[in-house]
Design a protein around this ligand. Sequence first.
Ligand SMILES: NC(=O)c1ccc[n+]([C@@H]2O[C@H](COP(=O)([O-])OP(=O)(O)OC[C@H]3O[C@@H](n4cnc5c(N)ncnc54)[C@H](OP(=O)(O)O)[C@@H]3O)[C@@H](O)[C@H]2O)c1
Length: 285
Amino acid sequence: MVKVAVVTGSNKGIGFAIVKGLLKRFDGVVYLTSRDVARGQDAVAKLNELGLHPQYHQLDVTDRDSVAKFRDHIEKKYGGIDILVNNAAVANIEDRTYEASKTVVDINYFSILTIQELLFPLVRNNGRILNISSDCGHLSNIRNEYWIQRLSKKDLTVEDVNEFANWFLDGVKNGTFDYGDIADGGTIASYRVAKVALSAITRVQQKELEAKNISVNSMHPGLVQTDMTRGVGFYDIDQAADTPIYLVLEAPDTLKGAYIWYDKQVLDWFDYKADYYFKIRTMIK
Ligand SMILES: NC(=O)c1ccc[n+]([C@@H]2O[C@H](COP(=O)([O-])OP(=O)(O)OC[C@H]3O[C@@H](n4cnc5c(N)ncnc54)[C@H](OP(=O)(O)O)[C@@H]3O)[C@@H](O)[C@H]2O)c1
């Protein structure tokens, strides 16, 4: 049986470096996927120049048909997935319109529900799923007491997390959202809400996949020099790929449903008073 690794949004940035690292270290085939075919093929060509040969498939995580086509392709060609890195994301630095907020929450959070529905059933026993979150995904980014308590529930459900995301989006739509409910003066609120939702749903997903001994974790890759940060960061993409690759290849298989920092430290996601939230001032060159 051929082992299969898949990285979403991997035509550039950290996802691209994760593909590159896996091609060097993973004993199986590695899928570079992208929403735009031309950008994906350019990325494949770059790896080919290094003597590395990923498989390629189009995959737009917000397009159900695209995810279904990818699922059918993998099912037919390899029968399953061993490693799935959910990396695709966008950040919209300061656009507080409803449309911009919805785009960020759709790509960074709601898409994971489509992936969960269509791709998780393909993940084989003992497989590993990694949701690339952010320091924006730590619970300390939320300052609303009700949601801190509700997202901390032991028996958290997908409905809880969806209602959290929709609480934000409805508030933005109606012009009633209090940005004081988000840390750091509500900067990049939509991205924080989406990433907190992603790290929260990771716990629900872990419970669902426990019987197959699949691990589902979320992590913060550090502040990394990519297009998303307009080149600001203390890591380059290859350095940033180190911890994600460790988590899907080497971490103990008892590490489950956890939130992991870029230095491989497992953090207490529930510690809402901690100082792990993102500070916009770190973006200033
Ligand atoms: N860089 C940082 O400092 C930092 C910090 C914390 C967390 N992160 C997280 O790390 C991950 C990688 O970020 P990055 O910095 O490498 O960002 P990036 O360079 O902007 O790359 C993001 C990737 O996601 C893809 N993408 C966006 N929407 C998509 C969709 N609907 N379907 C499929 N792919 C889509 C992009 O494709 P296109 O080229 O088509 O746009 C691109 O390949 C993200 O989850 C991000 O939130 C990054």
